[in-house]
Design a protein around this ligand. Structure first.
Ligand code: XMP
Length: 555
């Protein structure tokens, strides 16, 4: 293993460089400004709590609220007041969920939701929880209601529906309905199948049988906006700039004069994590970048150049390609590959432990979906599709405290923060790249020769996608080196070469994805360049599988 403080690397001129260097100038300027501590630090001083009853849309509610510039967090329905009070809640939203309130053990809202007398909005199951706990009656509907419905308002002066049409399309997904209202409540609207589709009581408690958070309820965002600003009286604007200021302050408070290490992957999450922390504590941060031999062409050089030379961070560069490739000899099973790579990362960090021995904290780019997923997966048995891992998986016995400044952010918010920090466009808009790298795009055994073929193909795919100005519009774009060979003809000769698959997908969060309808001329250029420039490949196919049933990566 080579472990060394990286020296300035050879400069490789690429078309991206001009763009990157311009951004880096701005980044440096901002870096300078950022080091002068702001006189007054804007703080996020209020939020809205979303109580999760297990709906697939709970995250979406949080996203919508944040898009409306109010901070929000999704919390388990078992949360105590002490767990949420630091957020200074101005209101509560009860999410939907799969249960029926009359079932034994059905999840209900904690007592503080009612005791605090703050505004409450129950959505779908959340509305039924309100009705049930406040003395109304919920029963199974004779007709289940899934999909589009038309909502008609009974009244015209409700603050929740200010500015909305009297009748509007909404999205329903429920089997139970409110049979009788709780005392003090009235029905504000109905649909053909739900006589009580909206209810209100005590001036500030509302229930919606439909889902305002989904795109299929076109005026849903307006309803949520009314709830936040007219009913909860929210004022503090949750913006990326506010987030940056308060995150920097929080890191300073947490770390003091301690030392932090941060594993960089080159991706936007770890880049933002490192930059925020560097802005907060400067040289108390050391970044580690592991070259596992499974990176794309020029990736190691670019990451070093960006973080060390241009952002002036302490960087420990570890070129351990050889040992990863040795461990992968003879490994063909995808899960086995992931396991081997995950274990090897831990070993690398164990070996580096002496150099990192004075570290007190480990910084990780954990995002909010990871946090929610681990909250909800605790009680749920779910099938393992793939063992995902991130470079942050350090050995437990290193005994480091965690710093996770992005813990409450969604991916698109991270990109906003990256821009606000002045990070180069190349990083801000960088498509995700998996921890196990090219190994899971090189089917069958991973060998140095196959990796080189894959790198050459991947480079062409990226070049053409960027050239066609499609890169930023796609979630991921890459080449896969299949283990299949096929017969072809070049000139007057028979060829027998690899088949390469091109994968391009659009997605919001990688949970689902659709194959991208790339223009034929772009596909044609990619195919023609690959078979002409990469001699080992004589066939290119385009992957037209969505997720589900496919996954984004092939392994
Ligand atoms: P799949 O292939 O499961 O991937 O549809 C979903 C997203 O996750 C990325 N991915 C990973 N990211 N470590 C990571 O950091 C991993 O082990 C890993 N496996 C897949 C994948 O690129 C896609 O964006």
């Amino acid at each position: 293993m080579t472990v060394h403080q990286s020296t300035p690397s050879r400069r490789i001129a690429t078309s991206d460089d001009l763009e990157v260097s311009a951004y880096l100038e701005i980044a440096k300027e901002k870096e300078g400004q950022g080091s002068q501590r702001p006189e007054e630090t804007p703080k996020v001083s209020e939020g809205v709590v979303i109580i999760d009853f297990g709906s697939q849309y709970s995250h979406l509610i949080a996203r919508r609220i944040r898009e409306l510039n109010v901070y929000s967090e999704v919390v388990p329905h078992t949360s105590a007041w002490e767990d949420v009070q630091a957020m200074n809640p101005k209101g509560v939203i009860l999410s939907g969920g799969p249960a029926s309130v009359y079932d034994e053990g059905a999840p209900l809202a904690p007592g503080w939701v009612y005791q605090k007398k703050m505004p409450v909005l129950g959505i779908c199951y959340g509305m039924q929880v309100l009705a049930h706990q406040l003395g109304g009656r919920v029963t199974p509907s004779t007709k289940r209601e899934y999909g589009h419905a038309v909502l008609h308002q009974n009244v015209t002066d409700s603050a929740l529906f200010q500015g909305m049409d009297v009748s509007m399309p909404v999205w329903m997904s429920h089997g139970d309905q409110i049979q009788s209202l709780p005392p003090g409540f009235s029905a504000l609207a109905y649909t053909d199948n739900s006589p009580i589709a909206v209810m209100a009581g005590f001036d500030n408690v509302f229930g919606l049988q439909f889902h305002p958070e989904v795109a299929h309820t076109p005026q849903g965002k307006g309803i949520l906006e009314n709830f936040l600003y007219r009913i909860c009286g929210c004022q503090s604007r949750w913006t990326v700039d506010n987030f940056v200021h308060s995150a920097i302050q929080k890191v300073r408070d947490q770390v003091g004069d301690g030392k932090v290490i941060c594993a960089l992957s080159g991706g936007v999450d770890s880049a933002v994590t490192a930059t925020l922390i560097h802005r907060a504590i400067g040289n108390q941060l050391t970044c580690i970048f592991v070259n596992n031999g499974l990176l794309r062409r020029e990736e190691a050089e670019r990451v070093q150049r960006t973080f060390q030379q241009n952002l002036s961070m302490n960087l420990l560069y570890m070129d351990v390609s050889q040992r990863f490739l040795e461990r992968l000899v003879g490994v063909v099973d995808p899960e086995q590959k992931r396991k081997v790579i995950g274990e090897e990362f831990i070993r690398v960090f164990e070996d580096a432990a002496t150099e990192l021995s004075d570290a007190d904290f480990l910084a990780q780019g954990t995002l909010y979906p990871d946090v929610i997923e681990s909250q909800t997966s605790e009680n749920q048995a779910s099938a393992t599709i793939k063992t995902h891992h991130n470079v942050g998986g350090l050995p437990k016995d290193m005994n480091l405290k965690l710093v996770e400044p992005l813990r409450y952010l969604f991916k698109d918010e991270i990109r906003g923060v990256a821009s606000a920090l002045g990070l180069p466009e190349e990083i801000v808009m960088r498509q995700p790249f998996p921890g196990p790298g090219l190994a899971i795009r090189c089917l069958g055994e991973v060998t140095p020769e196959k990796l080189e073929i894959l790198r050459a193909c991947d480079w062409i795919v990226m070049d053409e996608i960027k050239g066609a100005d499609l890169y930023r519009h796609l979630w991921q774009t890459f080449a896969v080196l299949t283990d299949a060979r096929s017969v072809g003809v070049m000139g007057d000769f028979r060829t027998y070469g690899y088949a390469v698959a091109v994968r391009a997908v659009s997605s919001e969060d990688a949970m689902t994805a659709d194959w991208a309808r790339l223009p034929y001329d772009v596909l044609a250029r990619i195919s023609s360049r690959i078979v002409n420039e990469v001699p080992e490949v004589n066939r290119v196919v385009y992957d037209i599988t969505s997720k589900p049933p496919g996954t984004i990566e092939w392994e």
